[in-house]
Design a protein around this ligand. Structure first.
Ligand code: TK8
Length: 338
């Protein structure tokens, strides 16, 4: 090989190596991405969806356009999941809890009282355990990009303040379409009914159900305070949201396009968690101002509830697999310095 040819070969190899990392205009096709979500535009979910859309458009030089469609206008979580699997819709963000029927490992995040803090949640969701749970979606026709924060869930109802487990008895409580939630709240004595989020405000308003449970942010942005008198701070479970892509559609994207989506998803996650936490910090005061009567569940009562849920814990372990369950517990023990 002559010196000249060797240089050429080396340059070509270097270019080939660099190519996937340098996005060119021709790497992007004009794409319209329908990004569906369940809450309204004024919610933490809506604000982060907007930021995601802006980032994607900017990074793709305007070639990839995201149409963020809120308030379940494209259907509730479960319907959008099916549309993604079939390739009729490109993206969505929604609860991990409503995905359990499709991917059983998602039930891990439904474990009552699993995390003691948002810091623990971030560490587990963004670490190897979260990655494994996300990766399981691929076989089901979905790509999970990142987890956003829905948040620690709290209980509201129109009947009475809940200060001990017995107070839950007979309360008609809406739960997500998820067996762990259904089981847990039946075990705690409520008359639990699964219902799509999009039906919830109406059901509370007409009295079809007496109560529901969601993070402070949602109670505020969905105006549940208009139809619910009592708020009990239970923090009974940390709910993640997950940003999903149709695998059918994702597989047809260039590496550069996939990278734009992943980078924007990460930026939206970081923004969303900060925004959510800031809003949640002022939410109780805001909800009191709106007329809600607020009480806190004592640690002793929380412990009592927890001990009643032993059967539920066992069933989560069985459905997500003991290996994943034990790895989760080990990671948490490490974080807690035990
Ligand atoms: C929004 C839902 C919501 C969830 C629920 O689509 O259903 O209660 O907390 O955030 O995913």
């Amino acid at each position: 090989m002559t010196m000249f040819r060797r240089t050429l070969v080396t340059t070509a190899a270097a270019l080939a190596l660099a190519a996937p990392f340098m996005a060119q205009a021709q790497d992007f096709k004009p794409r319209l991405i329908r990004f569906g979500y369940g809450l309204n535009e004024q919610s933490n979910q809506g604000r982060a969806a907007k930021l995601f859309a802006e980032q994607v458009e900017k990074a793709s030089g305007g070639k990839m356009r995201v149409r963020a469609i809120g308030a379940a206008a494209l259907g509730p979580d479960t319907q959008m999941q099916q549309a993604l699997i079939g390739g009729a819709q490109e993206m969505m963000v929604g609860s991990t809890a409503t995905l359990v029927g499709i991917s059983k490992e998602m039930a891990l995040w439904d474990t009552p009282f699993l995390f003691n803090s948002a810091k623990e949640a971030d560490a587990l969701l963004d670490g190897p355990v979260g990655d494994k749970v996300r990766a399981k979606l691929q076989d089901k026709g979905l790509v999970g990009l990142v987890y956003w924060e829905n948040g620690f869930r709290n209980l509201t109802n129109s009947k009475r303040p809940i200060s001990k487990m017995e107070d839950l008895s007979g309360i008609k409580l809406r739960v997500m379409q998820n067996n762990v939630f259904l089981d847990s709240f039946k075990t705690l004595g409520t008359n639990a009914v699964p219902l799509a989020f999009s039906e919830l405000f109406g059901a509370l308003e007409t009295g079809t159900v007496d109560g529901q449970e969601n993070p402070f942010n949602t109670i505020l942005s969905s105006k549940f305070y208009e139809v619910q008198k009592y708020l009990t701070v239970t923090n009974h479970v940390y709910s993640p949201w997950i940003v999903l892509v149709s695998k059918k559609w994702w597989d047809g994207l260039s590496a550069a396009e996939q990278k734009v989506l992943m980078d924007a998803a990460k930026a939206s996650r970081d923004f969303e968690r900060q925004d959510t936490r800031k809003e949640a910090a002022g939410a109780v005061a805001e909800l009191k101002k709106k007329g809600m009567q607020v009480n806190e569940l004592s640690p002793a009562e929380a412990a009592r509830m927890r001990s009643n849920l032993t059967r539920v814990y066992a069933s989560i372990g069985a459905s997500v697999g003991m290996e994943l369950w034990n790895e989760t517990q080990a990671e948490l023990a490490k974080l807690r310095g035990k």
